[in-house]
Ligand binder design. Structure first.
Ligand code: AHR
Length: 309
């Protein structure tokens, strides 16, 4: 239950409730995720909110345990960054029965009863996939012949992975020159991105024209694999990432990456505002959408000093 701060002035005494939020984070798989955690912790501090933080280390069962523990502690609001989309029906129903509003952040869920969560704060991942593909079509419009693409997918069963694939395919389908010749998960991490890219290169080094990675961390891992294979990332193989983290800007400035589609992790302030409204029973939109851009290598050096994550 909300911790109570007793305030008193002579003759008057009143109590202000400190909001208590339980936050179930996926883990620390990427530069993006670290920035997301920092943003939420900082915003909670600024808003005078007590934040109970749980790092699930990329395991859904740990997130479910964290949610049950938050319910047992009677927190005022739960913020959940769901690792994958499915498997949440039971625990979200438990939160609903305990009358604890659940706010989804950075990833969405697929549940039968959508009244078990209050709002989703995050990006349009399908649009991010479309933006990546539109950049590619535009950037290669004066070339001829097939454009062979390898794809590094995010965590299997997560909506950024599903939707970034969907949006990208939707756009490249409009031109038969563009073909995804290999597609595999790199679990949103640098290490896995490198490992899977090594396998792609072993099988098809001469054919690959483009790497589309569902996040920058996998793209950065893959860049290492491309260099180790004796090829030039950004030139021999075009490199497209998502997130627009500082690491991607450094790679673009070094000429090793071509573009990053922005996905902002700085959701803390919006989440605190939403949590306060949810705790007060005020209505919230189903989706609080993040506004984002696209950063090609040509603007990287100029934009780098403005980047906050
Ligand atoms: O849910 C957002 C995604 O999760 C980010 O794009 C990725 O880097 C992170 O791990």
């Amino acid at each position: 239950m909300a911790a109570t701060l007793a305030l008193s002035t002579p003759g008057v005494s009143f109590a202000a409730k400190k909001l208590v939020i339980g936050f179930a984070q996926t883990g620390a798989e990427s530069e993006w995720r670290t920035a997301n955690t920092e943003s939420i912790k900082q915003a909670a501090k600024d808003a005078g909110v007590e934040l109970k933080f749980s790092d699930a280390q990329q395991k859904q069962e740990n997130q479910i345990k964290a949610l049950r523990s938050f319910i047992a502690q009677k927190v005022d609001v739960i913020i959940l960054a769901p690792l994958v989309t499915t498997g949440w029906d039971t625990v979200l129903m438990e939160a609903k029965r305990a009358k604890i509003p659940v706010i989804l952040e950075s990833r969405n869920v697929e549940v039968k009863d959508t009244s078990t969560w209050t709002t989703f704060v995050g990006s349009d991942f399908v649009e991010e996939g479309r933006r990546a593909a539109r950049w590619l079509l535009d950037h290669t419009k004066s070339t001829q012949g097939d454009v062979n693409i390898v794809e590094l997918q995010g965590t299997v069963g997560s909506d950024p992975a599903n939707d970034r694939k969907k949006g990208f395919e939707e756009v490249i389908k409009t031109n038969p020159r563009y073909k995804i010749i290999r597609s595999q998960t790199g679990d949103f991490t640098r290490a896995k991105g490198k490992e899977v890219m090594e396998a792609f290169l072993k099988a098809d080094a001469k054919k690959i024209n483009v790497l589309y990675a569902h996040n920058d961390d996998m793209a950065i891992g893959a860049i290492q694999a491309i260099e180790e294979a004796g090829l030039k990332p950004g030139k021999d193989i075009l490199v497209i990432g998502v997130d627009a983290v500082k690491g991607a800007f450094e790679a673009m400035i070094a000429g090793k990456m071509n573009v990053s589609v922005e996905c902002s992790p700085l959701l803390g302030p919006q989440l605190m505002e939403a949590a306060k409204k949810a705790a007060a029973g005020e209505p919230l939109p189903r989706w609080i959408k993040t506004i984002e851009g696209v950063f090609p290598a040509e603007v990287a050096a100029k934009e780098f000093p403005n980047r906050k994550y």
